[in-house]
Design a protein around this ligand. Structure first.
Ligand code: 13P
Ligand code: SF4
Length: 303
């Protein structure tokens, strides 16, 4: 506790010196969410990065999120506490594969989940996050959509649009691990609880949800629901905000495996250190960034 207090004081000082803001995804460790200027889902954090006046953005999340911030705010310094915080799903699609698919479907538009590399975004018509995927797809002027990289979110979106999705086979290791059996067992132990689930989970698990939505949508739903007990089908870090919003409610994570190890690579100590050394910085080659920016900016403009 004493060490954390010292670290926090140092952080406060450094933040002023560097004119920095700290953005933290809801899947980050509690000790990081506690000191963040903004906590949010992928969408809110991208918006914040695009609109901030600060000179330095510390992105506490995974690498693709830092890249998106750098693409949207190319003149700012974007730091990440540990650059090894990657996203295996983002790495499941490569440029060659996507180009081949585009050649096979020349009339299709490419809609890319923000969980992807800058190079993939540079090959994309428009990006989306889990909170606006259906709205983005329906805004696109094409009947056929190439969808990368999350097959589970793709399947969910397909049920909510008339457009035809050509779905890439990627997935999130963490959310995809949750099974129907896990949820059945949890429901049996907590019969009064509502099951809330992220669309990165498998279709058959998503189908069991009393509520399906992005991280922010789940948080909003639990805050406003009259239920007192919830089974949560998304990453464990959301417990920080869920409990803060509703101290009188009970949250059971659907399994103890709903932990994204990549998100947890960042910690408070590394956060302070990155502001001290101004390293590691996110770098995106300008030619790639310029092409990727259009797809992110289009997303931010969808009403
Ligand atoms: P959201 O923040 O859009 O809910 O995305 C979840 C996720 O897996 C981020 O890596
Ligand atoms: Fe990637 Fe899943 Fe971790 Fe999000 S939770 S960063 S999608 S592995």
């Amino acid at each position: 506790a004493e060490m954390n207090r010292e670290l926090k004081e140092k952080l406060f000082q450094l933040k002023k010196e560097r004119n920095a803001i700290i953005l933290a995804h809801y899947y980050q460790r509690d000790e990081i969410q506690e000191v963040a200027d903004f906590r949010g889902d992928s969408f809110l954090l991208a918006q914040k990065a695009a609109s901030t006046d600060a000179e330095t953005i510390v992105f506490c999340g995974v690498h693709f999120m830092g890249e998106s911030a750098k693409i949207l705010a190319p003149n700012k310094t974007v730091l990440i506490p540990d650059e090894r915080a990657g996203c295996p799903m983002a790495d499941m699609v490569n440029v060659d594969g996507l180009r081949k698919l585009k050649a096979q479907h020349p009339n299709a538009k490419v809609v890319t989940y923000i969980n992807s590399s800058a190079e993939i975004k540079a090959e994309t018509d428009i990006c989306c996050t889990s909170s606006n995927a259906v709205k983005v797809i329906n805004s696109v002027d094409a009947d056929e959509i190439i969808w990368v990289p999350d097959k589970n979110l793709g399947h969910y979106v397909q049920q909510h649009t008339d457009k035809k999705l050509i779905i890439w086979e990627g997935y999130c290791n963490t959310h995809d691990m949750l099974t129907v059996k896990d949820v059945v067992e949890m429901k049996a132990s907590h019969p009064g609880a509502e099951f809330v689930v992220h669309p990165e989970c498998r279709p058959e698990v998503v189908a069991m949800g009393d509520f399906v939505g992005s991280t922010t949508a789940i948080l909003e739903y639990c805050k406003n629901s009259s239920a007192k007990e919830f089974i949560v089908g998304t990453e464990d870090g959301t417990g920080y905000q869920l409990r803060k919003d509703s101290p009188d409610k009970t949250f059971h994570f659907a399994t103890k495996f709903l932990v994204c190890p990549n998100m947890k690579v960042n910690n408070l100590k590394k956060l302070v250190k990155c502001l001290e050394t101004m390293q590691p910085q996110i770098y995106v080659p300008p030619a790639v960034a310029d092409k990727a920016r259009a797809s992110l900016e289009r997303m931010l403009q969808v009403k």
